[in-house]
Design a protein around this ligand. Structure first.
Ligand SMILES: Nc1ncnc2c1ncn2[C@@H]1O[C@H](COP(=O)(O)OP(=O)(O)OP(=O)(O)O)[C@@H](O)[C@H]1O
Ligand SMILES: [Mg+2]
Length: 154
């Protein structure tokens, strides 16, 4: 842990491989960057360059046959690579959130948006369903979703 750095996030030498039958496919190779609180960073690269896999790695969401082969991801000095699944669940969707590339594939089409928002809120905060619904409705209104009251829980 580097106490001298003001970085909220320090990624060091991150490598992600996909274990294929033909051998390991290196998807992310030796990526390092720092991000300070309030700072924004864009990752630019051609399709298949590893932008999404880098994002998935930050949330420990690289799924098989992929795995983080080496490197560290320090968030507030804590290495996310070494975190237990339960400890990672406390951070994911709470301290670190992700807007997935294809929302049509990542939101469940058979559940209303309200149900999915309430589920996430109640996973992290001690909220009643009514409180969570009100909060979610207000957020839908703030982002100008038409008829924000319609996304209510089923
Ligand atoms: N499940 C998987 N199995 C095998 N290889 C994968 C898998 N997911 C990603 N890859 C490989 O990892 C590399 C990086 O993919 P990634 O999705 O991160 O690219 P990207 O930069 O986000 O591209 P795009 O701009 O198209 O979104 C690619 O070479 C891809 O083939
Ligand atoms: Mg992508």
């Amino acid at each position: 842990m580097n106490h001298e750095s003001s970085a909220l996030l320090q990624v060091r030498d991150l490598c992600v491989d996909f274990k294929l039958r033909t051998g390991p496919l290196p998807a992310v190779r030796h990526v390092s960057f720092d991000l300070a609180k309030g700072e924004r960073m864009g990752l630019v690269g051609e399709s298949g360059a590893g932008k999404s896999v880098t994002g998935f790695a930050l949330l420990n969401l690289v799924s098989k046959p992929g795995h983080i082969a080496s490197g560290s991801i320090l968030f507030e000095g804590q290495d996310l690579v070494a975190l237990s699944p339960e400890a990672m669940r406390q951070i994911r969707g709470n301290r670190i959130a992700m807007i997935f590339q294809d929302p049509m594939m990542t939101l469940n089409p058979v559940l209303t948006i309200g149900t999915q928002m309430v589920e996430t809120l109640q996973a992290h905060f001690p909220m009643s369903t009514a409180e969570a619904e009100a909060w979610a409705r207000e957020k839908r209104r703030q982002v100008a979703i038409p008829s924000p009251e319609k996304g209510r829980r089923q």
